[in-house]
Ligand binder design. Structure first.
Ligand SMILES: CC(C)(COP(=O)(O)OP(=O)(O)OC[C@H]1O[C@@H](n2cnc3c(N)ncnc32)[C@H](O)[C@@H]1OP(=O)(O)O)[C@@H](O)C(=O)NCCC(=O)NCCS
Length: 171
């Protein structure tokens, strides 16, 4: 599977692609069902944009959903962000709401490549409006993956770990 990372540019989910996502299985039912049942509704209501990562040979490898976010900082947490001149109460971000890789293709670098793609979107976005972080509320079992991709643990949010990655390129 040396060619697995040569997948096509991610495409936004459309109605006529719903057939092609039916067999998708990342090993997590909630994430599978979001793709087949809810992703399009979220798109239509401007709540989250879902992208499919297709491979010419291997088919649908993965999907991810992103939306605008804001990281809220309490008085106590300002310490964590103290490196900045101005400690704000909220920081603008892009949130990875969902990210899932087809189970037989896990651990081939696809997830990491998708993170790079989302970072690219965030950097591009900065030409239009400011985005400082990429954020995620990671499943406990996936927090290690996000750390490996440069995210920091921020705080527990329900069962998940709220994490962020700074995208500022410092001179
Ligand atoms: C989590 C997930 C997206 C990772 O995607 P992936 O394509 O398997 O990950 P990659 O192969 O790109 O891994 C990148 C690095 O993270 C590590 N990694 C991958 N999954 C990990 C995990 N669950 N915990 C710790 N490290 C992990 C890899 O070993 C690799 O490190 P290395 O380069 O040092 O070997 C994928 O396993 C998945 O779809 N899981 C089910 C759904 C899920 O949990 N999604 C996240 C919701 S928050």
């Amino acid at each position: 599977m040396s060619d697995i990372l040569d997948f096509e540019t991610p495409v936004k989910l459309k109605e006529d692609m719903l057939d092609s996502v039916k067999e998708f299985d990342c090993g997590d039912n909630d994430l599978n069902e979001f793709l087949t049942d809810d992703a399009l509704k979220y798109m239509k209501q401007n709540l989250a944009t879902t992208y499919l990562c297709n491979h010419t040979k291997h088919g649908l490898l993965a999907y991810f959903s992103i939306s605008a976010d804001s990281i809220e900082i309490s008085e106590k947490e300002k310490e964590i962000f103290r490196e900045y001149d101005k400690a704000l109460r909220e920081y603008p971000a892009i949130k990875i709401g969902r990210l899932a890789v087809q189970k037989e293709y896990k651990r081939n670098g696809i997830g990491e490549r998708i993170i790079e793609i989302v970072l690219g979107y965030a950097l591009e976005m900065n030409n239009r409006l400011a985005v400082r972080y990429v954020s995620v509320d990671a499943y406990p079992e996936s927090a290690g993956f996000y750390e490996r991709c440069g995210f920091k643990r921020f705080k527990q949010k329900g069962d998940n770990m709220s994490m962020y990655r700074d995208i500022l390129i410092k001179d």
